[in-house]
Design a protein around this ligand. Structure first.
Ligand code: NAD
Ligand code: IPM
Ligand code: MN
Length: 358
């Protein structure tokens, strides 16, 4: 076998969108004459219901053994009241940490055909092509101390945004490398005017700039970055930032593209890789064949680029998406004169477009 792919469908729309990602993966692998071993494993609420754990040991073991993981989403109202440690989201966070998937690449590229689907004006968003490089295994999500405690009759909730210099260095280096392969501009986003952890971030980033003379490094506070993203998104090429800032800014960037259902991601470490749409389990539309599967299909494209070293295949996926969007739309990006299709039909259209490519 050339690669061993683990599919973790998860909850809500997760199984609906990963099924479409798999259709594309199978077509592409066949065309590339790659033999794939495919396996599945439960995570999130689905795994909790089966085993009492959102990340069963067997799933983690399969994940460690996989060449790459294709993931849908986890979470939903059914599990919201569970203790924190066994919530579906805890399974995903534990997996990211266990596999040391420290770099989360979230490309927000506007497909011209759907520039009108954005809630922002076409002239603002057209041509936008941003790569958000989000740190994924540190910061507020994982910092200690954390928790809720009782103290003198008051309840106190604590989380800690903490990074050491090496954690900052490896993600900023990733930012420089990604920027070097793009338009050679790296924007480091933090809050160095208010947070010491951000001051250290800026110092470390600045200290690395000399090693990447081809890339222009600039800095911006996160509040301004959130504003600039919607004011003039084309000014941004590659944006590197800490975990929570990246979570928020990438959902914001998704709306530049028309829908969160269009934003793929790659979570990379030194030894493992996981590919997932940035959206969640979308409980409001789950089970109704309404979800946009393109974020997941584009994540499969990223798998070819980053795990299989075949960027041309990723580009083929982009061309297929561009072609299909000329006529067909899921509900989230529907506009007049187009044909509305469901999740599964969009998956079929993409697979057919990939199959028909010369
Ligand atoms: P969400 O991303 O699931 O949904 C936000 C909105 O976007 C909803 O209106 C939803 O219908 C829409 N949407 C999302 N994906 C879509 C798609 N593919 N096509 C069309 N519309 C889409 O965020 P939320 O509602 O805040 O969270 C729901 C659950 O998902 C929560 O339990 C949350 O913790 C979880 N979540 C998981 C992940 C993940 O697994 N990586 C990411 C985000 C949220
Ligand atoms: C995402 C999600 C997760 C995150 C949640 C589910 C913990 O929002 O993948 O963007 O915050 O990283
Ligand atoms: Mn998120």
């Amino acid at each position: 076998m050339d690669a061993n792919i683990l599919v973790i469908a998860g909850d809500g729309v997760g199984p609906e969108v990963t099924a479409q990602g798999l259709k594309a993966l199978k077509v592409l692998a066949k065309r590339e004459r790659m033999r794939l071993a495919l396996d599945e494993a439960p995570m999130g609420g689905a795994a909790y219901d089966l085993t009492g754990s959102p990340l069963p040991d067997a799933t983690l073991a399969k994940a460690r053994a996989a060449t790459a993981i294709l993931f849908g989403a986890v979470g939903g109202p059914k599990w919201e009241k569970l203790p924190f440690a066994v919530r579906p989201e805890a399974g995903l966070l534990k997996l990211r940490r266990a596999l040391e998937l420290y770099a989360n690449l979230r490309p927000a590229k506007v497909f011209d055909a759907v520039a009108d689907a954005s809630t922002l004006k076409r002239e603002v968003v057209a041509g936008t092509d941003i790569m958000v490089v989000r740190e994924l295994t540190g910061g507020l999500y994982f910092g200690e101390p954390r928790g809720i405690r009782d103290e003198g009759g008051r309840r106190i909730g604590v989380n800690t945004m903490v990074y050491d210099d090496l954690e900052i260095e490896r993600i900023v280096r990733m930012g420089f490398k990604i920027a070097a392969g793009r338009r050679k501009r790296l924007l480091s986003v933090e809050k160095a005017n208010a947070l010491e952890v951000s001051q250290l971030w800026r110092e470390v980033a600045t200290g690395l700039a000399g090693e990447y003379p081809d890339v222009a490094l600039t800095h911006m506070y996160v509040d301004n970055a959130a504003m600039q993203l919607v004011r003039a998104p084309r000014q941004i090429d590659t944006l590197v930032t800490e975990n929570l800032f990246g979570d928020i800014l990438s959902d914001e960037a998704a709306m530049l593209t028309g829908s969160i259902g269009l934003l793929p991601s790659a979570s990379l470490g030194e030894r493992h890789a996981l590919y997932e749409p940035i959206h969640g389990s979308a409980p409001d539309i789950a089970g109704r064949d309404l979800a946009n599967p393109l974020a997941t299909i584009l994540s499969v494209g990223m798998m070819f680029r980053y795990t299989f070293g075949k960027p041309a295949v990723d580009e083929r996926v982009h061309r297929a998406v561009t072609g299909v969007l000329e006529r067909y739309r899921t509900a989230d990006i529907m506009s007049a004169g187009k044909t509305q299709v469901g999740c599964a039909e969009m998956g079929d259209l993409l697979a057919a477009a990939l199959e028909a490519q010369p």
